[in-house]
Design a protein around this ligand. Structure first.
Ligand SMILES: [Zn+2]
Length: 86
């Protein structure tokens, strides 16, 4: 029994969960239910049965925004510290 949607490319139903991806580490594929078809190698969303590209783009933007936010906060804190200790 397989809980994932059939492959959008070949219709295969043996999709396997992907544990790690270059774009999402271990968390990204979990959030997006990213699975891979062993028959044709197509990776897709195991919940919707559709291509996950838009989800990956959104995930990357979200991660990028979080990292950018952290960098901005870090520099703001550093600047505040420099002003405070001058
Ligand atoms: Zn397939």
């Amino acid at each position: 029994m397989n809980a994932y949607a059939p492959c959008p490319q070949c219709g295969g139903t043996k999709a396997q969960k992907i544990r790690f991806t270059w774009w999402g580490g271990v968390l990204g594929p979990r959030i997006l239910t990213h699975v891979k078809c062993p028959d044709c190698g197509k990776a897709f969303n195991g919940k919707s049965g559709k291509d996950n590209t838009s989800g990956i783009v959104l995930y990357s933007i979200a991660v990028g925004a979080v990292i950018l936010g952290l960098v901005v906060v870090m520099f703001a804190a550093l600047a505040a510290l420099m002003v405070a200790t001058r």
